[in-house]
Design a protein around this ligand. Structure first.
Ligand code: CP
Length: 359
């Protein structure tokens, strides 16, 4: 069975196909209005969402299907102590496909161990958010006409910004990609993305703490929110809140054909005055999200009967290792055994969250 947990689960050719299908769906929605008749999507959202959940639901309805689910974990039996694995096995007996968001990193890997139907990761903690990346890629294709030879600037919370991690996984495959990373040192890109997907691939990458310095160098400026919900305390969050604000003055430093992207929601990192700038693409990005999710639902349902072609992580290792990531699902899911793998550089990582393992 086919799932989508990480954008790397899709080949470059499959991404191109999804983009083409989504563009056709945008142009000719009537062709697809019965594609999922008698099919049901479950949206299991253990964390708040506006765009991702509602665009999944809108996507399934536009394909002629139905939707069940919850948007508040307080309304499902996890509050009575039911494990994630049990919840997913039960729900997968009622529906044809599941989209799940969970605050714990690696939760989708637990979910697929018991799901009877295809499962889509709609965001797991500060780890990955592959369907946001599909929305981002369609936006880039529409606005820039290509994925190759682009300099992408990422600004803000690169440590917990799961949309950044997934988009880097995707863009690092394309010829001529360059990065400019803008963040405070404490919110820099984590090793599990930086080492394997930038350094190992020898992708040119500049780092700076200054947005002013970066804005004129990039084709795409990907702004992100400081992820308040991932910090250990309010005090720690407040140290970084409001650190970057893209406003009309800074836009004057940017190229005429640069585009501004943001996965949204924004807090204060893009001034409202920038919305009227023709280079602001973040609301277009939300529209692209619906069509890419339509294309993905259709693809996974068509491929449901195929054998598992999900990407395998490294080489499994045994030994006295431990996961030190406080956000990992292994710390909360009952009965979950520790599991580790060795990556291409020889680093031992937690199978669930990809964090570096300790001894
Ligand atoms: N971009 C995104 O994931 O938005 P939501 O949290 O509103 O789903």
């Amino acid at each position: 069975m086919r799932h989508l947990l990480d954008i790397l689960d899709l080949t470059t050719e499959e991404i191109d196909e999804l983009v083409l299908t989504a563009q056709d769906m945008m142009a000719h929605p009537e062709k697809y209005e019965d594609s999922c008749r008698h099919k049901t999507l479950a949206t299991l959202f253990f964390e708040p969402s506006t765009r991702t959940r509602l665009s999944f639901e809108s996507a399934m309805i536009s394909l002629g299907g139905s939707v069940i689910g919850f948007s508040d974990p307080g309304s499902c039996s996890s509050v009575k102590g039911e494990s994630l694995a049990d919840t997913v096995e039960v729900v997968s007996g009622y529906v044809d496909i599941i989209a799940m968001r969970h605050p714990k990193e690696g939760a989708p890997y637990v979910a697929i161990s018991r799901s009877l139907v295809p499962l889509i990761n709609a965001g797991d903690g500060g780890h990955y958010h592959p369907t946001q990346t599909l929305a981002d890629l369609l936006t880039i294709r529409k606005e820039k006409g290509r994925f190759e030879n682009l300099t992408v600037g990422f600004c803000g919370d690169l440590k917990y910004g799961r949309t950044v991690h997934s988009l880097i996984h995707a863009m690092s495959r394309y010829k001529g990609t360059k990065y400019v990373l803008v963040s405070p040192k404490e919110l820099a890109l984590p090793d599990f993305v930086r080492k394997e997907y930038i350094d190992e691939k020898n992708i040119p990458c500049e780092e700076t703490e200054s947005l002013e310095e970066a804005v004129g160098k990039v084709d795409i400026l990907y702004m992100t929110r400081i992820q308040k919900e991932r910090f250990a305390s309010e005090e720690e969050y407040l140290r970084h809140a409001g650190v970057y604000v893209l406003d009309e003055e800074k836009m004057k430093l940017a190229r005429e054909d640069m585009i501004v992207m943001h996965p949204l929601p924004r807090v204060d990192e893009i001034a409202v005055g920038v919305d009227a700038d023709r280079r602001a693409c973040y609301f277009e990005q939300t529209r692209c999200g619906k069509y890419m999710r339509m294309a993905l639902i259709l693809k996974l349902l068509k491929e449901k009967e195929q054998s598992d072609v999900s990407r395998k992580k490294g080489v499994p290792v045994t030994g006295n290792y431990s996961c030190g990531n406080p956000h990992c699902v292994c710390g909360t899911e009952r009965g979950l055994s520790s599991s580790f793998y060795r990556d291409e550089r020889g680093v031992v990582r937690c199978y669930w969250c990809d964090g570096e393992a300790g001894k």
